[in-house]
Ligand binder design. Structure first.
Ligand code: NAP
Length: 418
């Protein structure tokens, strides 16, 4: 409820007068002594509201999105994000995660002209120093040493009443979406957009088959829709028939159950003919399933990767001659084997990809605003559920699609400001 009173701290569900910045806020945050399972790593505490720098904005968070990066932050591995920030000079001994948000601009720095107080925005998670020489010279910000992920590598993410974002992270909230749906899509969607459209000449075009791992997951659900919107043919992989219908509804032409196969993980030694032959049998059978799902004997032009160690050997084997395996994570492990014979003889490309540029975020946001991509919000948690939502994700027990947390929005289904 909107308050007319200027206070130092507002309870969840209370809204300060527009533009009044209280001294303190509630945040669901991680401390080093709580590193471990997400359920107990997050706790709600009161901390000071940060002050925006000249090119930054303070945003009143209506809802926050749930992403895998804060599973890693909670575990404290592979990177202790608090220690890493302190090594770069940060003084805070806590981590406020949250790399997706919808909300209202509440205060802006002196050099912010692209948004004003009161604007309804979604926030993308790529942060960089606009004045860094490589970026000022027109370089891709995602290549810059200054490129960081907000709410993971940088503090003051969206699991708090206020978040701090750079001006280039702010995008117009699609009007038709509720606060919680608007908080659900940008991180996974813009990542998938860059993977599928950011690496010419390997971009999805009319009629291109695309193999999508984790089709019912956050990235996969976006990749299916982007591929479909571009006229490509998405074939999704999942781990249970329960997820088939979800992928087909989003536009997948076919779905493969990875549990029907056993050849996952690192490649056997190439000199071990028996083991290698068995691996090859598995990979070929998987390839046959792909052709069955596609309805023709064509290989994928692009393989949309993120599981990593478990699937890379199959992805490299599967992708068409001259095609691309594009990867943004190694959820199952980082020691992925590549049989170089396939890579060079068949002139395949293995491409790393990491989040997105502002232009890519804007282009993806336009697809959502036009209704070409749905955020596929599957479940919304209250502010007390930050740890539970991440625990579900850690155990791969989360529902298909994307999850959100209500922060200042008092209930689901709202598009207006309370
Ligand atoms: P998600 O919603 O959990 O989806 C991942 C899907 O991968 C799961 O639904 C699961 O589907 C599938 N999967 C899990 N283990 C697998 C395995 N061993 N083999 C094959 N498939 C497996 O997570 P997400 O949001 O899509 O993120 C996935 C990964 O990408 C995370 O590690 C995340 O940190 C990373 N990521 C990176 C960036 C970036 O910019 N670099 C951006 C977004 C996400 P099934 O069990 O149904 O197969």
């Amino acid at each position: 409820m909107a308050s007319t009173e200027e206070k130092d701290l507002y309870e969840l569900g209370e809204t300060p007068p527009l533009g009044h910045v209280p001294k303190q806020m509630y945040a669901s945050l991680i401390r080093q002594e709580r590193f471990g399972e997400p359920r107990s790593a997050f706790a709600i505490e009161v901390v000071d509201v940060p002050t925006p720098g000249p090119k930054q904005a303070l945003v009143w968070v209506m809802a926050a999105g749930v992403n895998y990066n804060n599973v890693w932050a909670a575990l404290g591995r592979p990177v202790d994000v608090i220690a890493a920030r302190q090594r770069r000079g940060a003084t805070e001994d806590f981590h406020i995660g949250g790399s997706d948000a919808s909300g209202i601009v509440w205060a802006v720095g002196d050099e912010v002209t692209n948004v004003k107080v009161g604007d309804e925005v979604v926030i993308s998670c790529g942060m960089w120093d606009e004045d860094a020489p490589d970026i000022a010279a027109g370089g891709d910000p995602a290549y810059s040493p200054t490129y960081k992920i907000w709410g993971y590598e940088e503090n003051y993410g969206s699991f708090a009443q206020f978040t701090l974002a750079n001006r280039l992270q702010l995008h117009t909230k699609p009007k038709q979406l509720t606060w919680e749906a608007a908080a659900a899509y940008m991180l996974v969607g813009a990542t998938a957009y860059r993977q599928l459209l950011g690496w010419p000449p390997h971009v999805v075009e009319e009629g291109d088959p695309v193999l999508i791992w984790g089709g019912a997951g956050g990235l996969g659900s976006m990749a299916i829709q982007i591929t479909k919107a571009r006229g490509g043919i998405p074939i999704a992989v999942v781990s249970h028939p329960d997820k088939y219908e979800f992928c087909l509804q989003l536009g997948a032409k076919g779905v493969i159950n990875r549990k029907d196969f056993e050849h996952w993980g690192r490649l056997p030694d190439v000199d071990d003919a028996d083991a290698f032959g068995k691996w090859m049998q598995g990979a070929r059978a998987f390839g046959q399933k792909f052709w069955d799902a596609l309805g023709e004997r064509r290989s994928p032009k692009i393989v949309f990767e993120h599981p990593g160690e478990a699937t890379i050997p199959t992805s490299i084997f599967m992708v068409d001659n001259g095609g691309m395996v594009v990867i943004c994570a190694g959820t199952s492990g980082y020691n992925a084997d590549v049989d170089l014979r396939y890579l060079w003889m068949r002139q395949k490309r293995l491409q790393g990809s990491h989040f997105a540029t502002r232009d890519q975020c804007e282009a993806f946001n336009d697809m959502v605003a036009r209704g070409e991509v749905d955020p596929v919000l599957s479940r919304t948690f209250p502010f007390t559920g930050v740890g539970d939502a991440h625990q579900l994700m850690r155990e791969n027990q989360h529902p298909p699609g994307n999850m959100s947390i209500l922060v200042n929005a008092p209930r689901v289904g709202m598009t207006e400001v309370p």
